[in-house]
Design a binder for this molecule. Structure first.
Ligand SMILES: [Zn+2]
Ligand SMILES: [Zn+2]
Length: 344
């Protein structure tokens, strides 16, 4: 079968590999029906994910059909259409039991698929702990509707969930890349009073403005005054930082009102410094880290009910054989690309 492979720093290549087989009792083999490219794949390509194992098949955002399951898999059966979770988690350790699946202590725990074990930019993949890692897609939900459930949409859902958003709140979202837009959709779901999105890229800003007219979109130079105009308390009630730059980190705590929740979803290239002497009295609550991706059933239900739709994010579709071209467009942000779908 064809598999897009991390050959070494800076190099991915499409190769022939043997079809995966069941190895553990909790494994499932999934036939990929649609995959996507994530910014984290680019991080592997550029060598900024030291855990990534050379030779592995990349890709961790996909949907497919269950082909076979190990003897202790009970949540899905062969033939089921499923979303694959970016995170691998055992479901039984201390962290899993508390819903903190990002910190699962099992050897494959956390981001393993498409990083430490073979992933989904291929025709088939093996999913460990399939009872946790796969979610059945409702019949009425298409592959394109479900494509982001296990990764960027799970991230947006988790970020909105932990941010304690109320009906009176002014919410500021920094960054309108694919994860920023997923975060926006999940924030809107929670019905806050107003949402401001800060995005410096003109094409991305336009994308949000055109599709979500209820949202105010500004560049970083105008975000502070825009937030102040809309707040009676000197800043945003909730800030979600999904951009990952030095500037967006600074804006996150500057634009927050005292006692706000600041949720940092972004991953930074370098350490960021919080000027605690200056903001000591602001009494901010920071929430940070990687997605606890255990809400996929609920996300799929919202999609089924028509309350969440990420299909507009899929701006391009390529067959697996042309994945090099798909990466070039995604990486170069050509042709107004937001997300690329890959068909095996
Ligand atoms: Zn990802
Ligand atoms: Zn666990």
């Amino acid at each position: 079968m064809l598999a897009y492979t991390y050959a070494g720093p800076g190099l991915f290549e499409l190769k022939e590999k043997p079809k995966p087989v069941l190895q553990e009792a909790q494994d499932a083999i999934v036939k990929v029906t649609l995959a996507s490219i994530c910014a984290s794949d680019l991080h592997i390509k550029h060598g900024s994910v030291p855990r990534a194992v050379p030779g592995i098949t990349v890709g961790h955002e996909l949907v497919g059909v269950v082909e076979s399951v190990g003897p202790t898999v009970t949540s899905v059966v062969p033939g089921d259409r499923v979303t694959v979770n970016v995170e691998t988690f055992c479901g039984t350790c201390f962290f899993c039991k508390h819903g903190y699946v990002n910190n699962c202590i099992c050897p494959d725990g956390g981001w393993a698929i498409g990083c430490r074990i073979d992933g989904g930019q291929s025709e088939y993949l093996r999913v460990p702990y399939a009872n946790q890692g796969l979610n059945r897609i409702p019949d009425q939900v298409s592959d394109r509707q479900a494509l982001f459930v296990g990764d960027i949409l799970a991230t947006g859902f988790w970020a909105a969930r932990i941010s304690e958003i109320g009906a009176e709140d002014l919410v500021l979202i920094l960054g309108a890349g694919p994860t920023g837009i997923c975060t926006l959709l999940c924030v809107l779901q929670r019905g806050p009073r107003a949402v401001v999105v800060c995005e410096p890229d003109a094409a991305r800003a336009r994308f949000v403005r055109e599709r979500y007219p209820q949202v105010t979109v500004v560049g970083p130079e105008r975000v502070w005054e825009t937030v102040l105009e809309r707040s009676e308390h000197g800043g945003a009630d909730v800030v979600l930082e999904v951009a990952g730059t030095e500037e967006s980190f600074r804006l996150a705590y500057e634009c927050a009102r005292p006692n706000a929740v600041v949720t940092v979803v972004a991953l930074y290239d370098r350490p960021q410094i919080l000027p605690l002497p200056e903001i000591y009295g602001k009494n901010l609550t920071f929430k940070t880290g990687g997605v606890d991706g255990c809400d996929c059933t609920e996300i799929l239900r919202l999609i089924e009910r028509g309350e969440l739709d990420t299909t507009p994010l899929i701006t391009h579709t390529f067959p697996l054989r042309e994945i090099d071209k798909a990466y070039r467009i995604f990486e170069g942000r050509e042709q107004g690309v937001i997300k690329v779908a890959i068909e095996p």
